[in-house]
Design a protein around this ligand. Sequence first.
Ligand code: HEC
Ligand code: HEC
Length: 329
Amino acid sequence: MFNWDNKNVIKSLLLIGLFGFSQAGLTKDTGYYGYGKSATQEEIAAWDIDVRPDGKGLPVGSGSVSYGEELYEAKCALCHGAFGEGEGRWPKLAGGFDTLTDAKPEKTVGSYWPYASTLWDYIHRAMPFTAPQSLSVDETYALTAYVLYLNDIIDDEDFVLSKDNFTEIEMPNKDGFFVDPRPDVKNPACMENCKDPATIKVTSAIKGITPLQHIAKEEGANDKASSDSEDQQPKSADQVAVDNELKVGSAIYSQSCSICHGSGIAGAPKFGDKMAWAPRIKQGVEQLNKHAIEGYSGKTGIMPAKGGNPSLTDAEVSAAILYMIENSQ
Ligand code: HEC
Ligand code: HEC
């Protein structure tokens, strides 16, 4: 599966090179692992093109709104529309102000982006779509100025954007992004006075949405249908019983277990995660059944009795376990 394009090969070589370079500092020996070479300053510079909100990374240069307009019409309007309105389904670059709280917000450079540096970086790095990194530094300043002009963030046609005045640009939505002030929530395992797993009830399960009673009954009818088809081997009674249990298990799983095991929240081994399930399966089905039916507090979290749904029969819980392990090994 080594279907790498040249860029990736160069990138990996460069990464190996950088690795060698950082090792060199420690060992004073570039050939420490016997491969790679130190990246040259030019090679590093070619990759180190990011521009940060405080202007760090901006190269020396400048470009006017009017030069930007010329370039934009030649290289960008085709897709992004003459006024940044977006041709067809190509992205809009302008407008959408005051729509962020609407059901369908229009997120554009003007209405949404918090920093002008992202615009410079994006255009320089990725546009025009068909010829990324073909724009010069001055062209990028001019195009950035023009896209800001289309968004009424710059209103003077004669404005010249440069490294020196770049950080004076203020984006309308700059305060729309902030560091989440809520404290980090650690989730240490409970070690004492813990809740008894047998008494925990999960009230947010999607109970009752999927009726289950019909499944076992319908099974008879389905069997008839499948044994009618000629190219199928008749199933053994054992196989039919297993299939039936898996069907019931699948329904129980969706209703009462997937809420935790589907995504692996609260320390639950995730459905389909072979690594997480292997050591558990090793314990044997009996132990798994006991743990799931009675509930237990383990190393990664609390498994409530019957997944917190006491209305399940033991057989239904076992069926769900069978379904989970069948799909996780
Ligand atoms: C062939 C069509 C095409 C052309 C020509 C083109 N772009 Fe784009 N542009 C795109 C597409 C497609 C995206 C979205 C890419 C993505 O999301 O991965 C995009 C995204 C952008 C974005 C980010 C928009 C956002 O809100 O995420 C900017 C800014 C941008 N282009 C500027 C330019 C500029 C400036 C030019 C001219 C130098 C240009 N584009 C030329 C197709 C084009
Ligand atoms: C509220 C979240 C939650 C729900 C709902 C839930 N589980 Fe669990 N389950 C867990 C957690 C957490 C563990 C891992 C506990 C540990 O080993 O630390 C676990 C472990 C298990 C194990 C492995 C037991 C072992 O010994 O390794 C089985 C089997 C299991 N659950 C079955 C089920 C079944 C069947 C259902 C649905 C009827 C269900 N679970 C619903 C949280 C949940």
